[in-house]
Design a protein around this ligand. Structure first.
Ligand SMILES: [Zn+2]
Length: 232
């Protein structure tokens, strides 16, 4: 799955400034950590932080939204509230991923303001309406609320991990662990003895099987297939 992350307020725009924080610095740090956590499970790109996406689009510039299946923009809220909220375009049908995102952030003690539908945000309007690509804008918490920022400083890693988990689980990206194949004579013998039949002369059995393995004999491959559940 291809995901684009946008750190809100690129270029020289600092965004909201309060409590000694600049929104633009917080969003960059957030996006870079999130990229690391997601990249094991998806193909993640980060929008050029030298450019402010909003200004770019406003001036007629283009972002190749159609290259992606999901776009997430990170912001920090301001204006006197507390808590976490996320915006999706009003035409968005499924908001399961976004519900998970605010749920996971709320688990760290933030007030859950929820998922809100908007139709007045330029980046979202372009991404969803023009390109049909699912997107969301997360307002992590309030930069001008001391309680939110104190909590955020303490729980930052958990919050970002929570957002990553919401995306990974919400889109079903967690890779199914491949079962480890039993190859060695002692592993196979242990499994046979445990699950199939009691082996008398356990050590001798291992020795014989090890020889059979070395000789690439059907005796070895027969047991190998049995314990690894391989049917030909
Ligand atoms: Zn912002």
């Amino acid at each position: 799955m291809k995901i684009l992350l946008i750190a809100g307020h690129g270029g020289k725009d600092p965004g909201a400034v309060a409590n000694g924080y600049k929104e633009a610095e917080l969003t960059r740090e957030f996006v870079l950590s999130l990229e690391k956590l997601l990249s094991e499970f998806a193909e993640v790109s980060v929008q050029d932080i030298q450019k402010d996406t909003y200004t770019l689009l406003k001036n007629g510039g283009k972002v190749p939204f159609s290259d992606y299946e999901y776009v997430l923009e990170i912001h920090f809220n301001a204006g006197g509230g507390i808590g976490t909220e996320i915006y999706v375009h009003e035409t968005e049908k499924k908001t399961e991923v976004e519900e998970r995102i605010v749920e996971n952030i709320a688990k760290e003690g933030f007030v859950k303001r929820g998922v809100k539908k908007r139709a007045d945000l330029l980046v979202m309007n372009t991404c969803k309406k023009q390109y049909g690509v699912s997107c969301a804008l997360l307002e992590v918490c309030f930069i001008d609320a001391v309680s939110d920022m104190t909590r955020y400083e303490k729980k930052k890693q958990m919050v970002i991990q929570g957002v990553a988990d919401a995306i990974i689980d919400g889109f079903g990206l967690r890779t199914v662990q491949k079962p480890v194949l039993l190859k060695e004579a002692d592993e196979i013998t242990w499994e046979l003895n445990n699950r199939y039949f009691k082996i008398s002369g356990y050590e001798d059995f291992i020795a014989v099987l090890a020889e059979a393995k070395k000789a690439n004999s059907p005796l070895y491959w027969g047991y190998y297939k049995l314990v690894n559940n391989i049917k030909d």
